[in-house]
Design a protein around this ligand. Structure first.
Ligand SMILES: Cc1cc2nc3c(=O)[nH]c(=O)nc-3n(C[C@H](O)[C@H](O)[C@H](O)COP(=O)(O)OP(=O)(O)OC[C@H]3O[C@@H](n4cnc5c(N)ncnc54)[C@H](O)[C@@H]3O)c2cc1C
Length: 511
């Protein structure tokens, strides 16, 4: 680089030999972490930029694609980087659930699933998070969840199943489900909108390895990435948007912040769900909150820990009458309880797996007979014409299972659950005639409620409480929306609503 540039600081950088040259000023880092600490102390700003974009987005899940779609619609040039060989992150393998208290199709109203409102969704979310949530962020979530859903329906050709579910911890039927029952439906819709707005491609196998900022008052200047062709430095002209997801697969971080979430548990997440981006952001002054709040999904496949289609039945069948039993064939919790409560009850049951029991009549409210049939063929779902035969397949005592179901049917008839105080709804059916079905379930590490601190504009806040100039974040990499415990199907709208806000505000930054 030229002497002039070396002396002038970042304000006078200029293009050199097709690349962007900047000053050799030291980059500042507040609190590097693990092996990064030493590097942070000595790292110098790169001598030149290899590339530049108005807005660089780290991560290609719901939050990243939403941010890209919004920013591109405002005329900004967008670069999305993704460290994995495929795009979509956890969003792609998500169960397709999305809470919105209404929608343009009026599904809840048409299916006559009772009342709901933004205020009720707000109250449920705060209560479900034990009031650790930032109320201003929750308000934005619930008010904008239907708007974002309609946006995907209208502009992204999103298709939904004709069902509405009530999941544990919610007091209304508000969970919408994609036609294919996975997050792929939303990912495809968001990608379609982003591409239509001018986003060209997602750079796969491109991993953020540092964030460049000159000093505690400076804006974010750019990032360092690791690519199959080596290390590159990318100048950020308007803003950097961090949408890198949670750290459920980061054993060291998990154990550091919540030793209880040890490696004894599997994880439902994709392998790229690690927390290095949080650490890089911390190293340039970003504040974090509530990193110890890490959620166990109570009903993953006990063998693999994955959340396949069948692992969603335990979270969806109870709203239509399905029940949970433990290895003794007994109920052990209210089936409409929050995930943390169900997980804890399963662990405390003393067994190694628990089960959901449901019947033929419940299936159309949740999924299709064909999908259940596939589950049977895959060995994930058991089917029997008698409860005794079902119990035999599950490996639980038949008499106990029969008694449990008879007792629960009686509770349902009387409209009161003296055992676990489950709130019965008119949509719940008794487990009457067969055929009967069951699926096994067990906790697996699922969601990180804590993360980077943001404000309602999705700006990342520093440890002194000020926004870091030109730095935004959205989705599971952030903390504060869900409090101590995320309610099922609230993460999809969280990532999409705040991704849109981050993208729109990033695009408003001046070069
Ligand atoms: C199996 C499963 C099922 C779920 N089902 C539901 C559901 O039905 N409803 C619901 O509301 N929520 C559900 N969730 C939660 C929800 O899917 C996630 O919280 C949400 O998808 C997070 O979106 P995101 O955009 O923040 O992150 P992600 O979709 O995880 O995307 C982040 C991306 O960033 C990439 N990345 C990370 N670090 C770097 C780096 N250093 N450089 C470059 N790229 C990086 C990751 O590889 C990843 O692709 C589910 C989660 C899982 C795992």
């Amino acid at each position: 680089m030229s002497d002039q540039n070396a002396a002038s600081g970042c304000g006078r950088r200029s293009f050199m030999k097709g690349a962007l040259a900047i000053a050799a000023a030291p980059a500042f880092a507040l609190n590097g972490f693990r092996g990064d600490a030493e590097a942070a102390a000595v790292r110098m700003l790169p001598k030149q930029w290899d590339e530049e974009a108005d807005i660089v987005i780290v991560g290609s899940g719901f939050a990243g694609l939403s941010a890209a779609a919004e920013a591109a619609s405002r005329g900004s040039s967008i670069m999305i980087i993704e460290k994995m060989p495929i795009y979509g992150g956890n969003s792609r393998i998500n169960g397709g659930g999305y809470n919105a208290w209404t929608d343009m199709l009026k599904l809840r109203e048409t299916l006559k699933r009772g009342e709901d409102s933004a205020d009720l969704h707000y109250q449920d979310t705060l209560k479900g998070g034990d009031y650790y949530n930032m109320p201003e962020l929750v308000r934005i979530l619930v008010d904008n969840a239907p708007v974002a859903l309609d946006w995907m329906l209208k502009e992204g050709d999103l298709k939904l199943k004709n069902v509405i579910i009530r999941i544990g911890g919610h007091s209304a039927y508000r969970d919408h489900v994609t036609l294919d029952g996975t997050g792929r439906g939303y990912v495809d819709a968001l990608k379609k909108i982003a591409e239509r707005n001018g986003v060209k491609k997602i750079r796969l196998r491109t991993k953020l390895t540092w964030i460049w900022r000159k000093d505690p008052a400076s804006p974010v200047l750019g990032i360092e990435v690791d690519t199959p062709r080596g290390t590159r430095n990318i100048r950020v002209k308007k803003a950097l948007v961090l949408t890198s997801g949670g750290f459920s697969r980061d054993l060291q971080m998990r154990k550091m912040f919540n030793p209880n979430i040890s490696d004894a548990y599997n994880s439902t997440n994709q392998p790229g769900a690690t927390g290095e981006v949080i650490r890089y952001a911390q190293a340039i002054g970003a504040d974090v909150l509530q990193l110890c709040f890490i959620q166990l999904y109570p009903t993953a496949d006990p063998d693999s820990g994955t959340l396949d289609k069948y692992a969603l039945y335990p979270s969806r069948m109870p709203s239509y009458g399905g029940i949970f039993v433990d290895y003794k064939g007994k109920r052990f919790v209210s089936e409409l309880e929050r995930r943390d409560v169900v997980s804890r009850a399963e662990i405390n049951s003393g067994g190694k797996r628990a089960f959901t029991v449901f019947t033929d009549k419940m299936i159309p409210n949740v999924t299709t007979p064909e999908e259940v049939q596939n589950g049977i063929a895959a060995g994930r779902v058991w089917k029997a014409s008698t409860l005794a035969d079902l119990a035999r397949q599950m490996g639980v005592p038949a008499t106990a299972l029969e008694e449990t179901i008879a007792r629960h049917n009686q509770f349902l008839k009387e409209g009161k659950d003296p055992q676990f105080n489950k709130p019965f709804t008119p949509q719940m059916q008794a487990i009457g005639e067969g055929p009967y079905y069951s699926v096994a379930q067990w906790p697996s590490v699922h969601h990180c409620m804590g993360g980077l601190r943001i404000n309602p504009q999705a700006q990342v806040i520093d440890i002194w409480g000020q926004p870091i100039p030109r730095l935004y974040a959205a989705g599971e990499v952030t903390g504060g929306v869900h409090g101590s415990n995320r309610l099922g199907a609230n993460a999809s709208p969280d990532a999409i609503v705040f991704g849109r806000i981050a993208g729109a505000n990033a695009a408003r930054e001046k070069e």
